[in-house]
Unconditional design. Structure first.
Length: 142
């Protein structure tokens, strides 16, 4: 699987730790920043990731900021992007099964590395259920 990851400064440490653990998931990961704990603006990195995501073949993307919300709000401005804030195992499964989320948004200030890895694992190992859920996600774009 090919995935792409980005964060702001609040998510930087979690991003780096996820990358260290990523071998467990057998994923190729492209990191588009940020590259330090220096303060940055989360929309810059969300835009950067989504632009790259839409141009190339990635299975999914991971965006990280303090609450997960700023990056999700930015990512969800784009057509056909379904960015979902996840903070536990069940939500990680449901955003794939029901929403076919293509961007996982992680709230770095509210989850542990262990939970982040579990979320990624649950997301990867869940499948979109289609059917009534397909009918619903088709109604998301304006
Ligand atoms: C940065 O302090 C923080 O505002 C940002 O990471 C994020 O939580 C915004 O939604």
């Amino acid at each position: 699987m090919n995935i792409i990851i980005a964060s702001d400064h609040a998510g930087y440490n979690l991003k780096e730790n996820i990358k260290k653990n990523i071998s467990k998931f057998n994923l190729n990961i492209k990191d588009v920043g940020c590259y330090s704990n220096d303060s940055v603006d989360y929309p810059v990195y969300a835009h950067k990731l989504i632009k790259e995501f839409t141009l190339n073949k990635y299975n999914f993307g991971i965006l990280i900021c303090g609450t997960g919300n700023g990056i999700a709000m930015t990512a969800n401005k784009y057509k056909d992007i379904r960015a979902a804030v996840c903070w536990n195992n069940e939500i990680a499964k449901l955003v794939k099964k029901h929403n076919n989320a293509n961007i996982l948004c992680l709230p770095a200030r509210f989850i542990s590395l262990e939970m982040a890895n579990k979320i990624i694992n649950n997301f990867i190992n869940s499948d979109f259920e289609g059917g009534r859920h397909l009918k619903r996600i088709k109604k998301i774009n304006k």
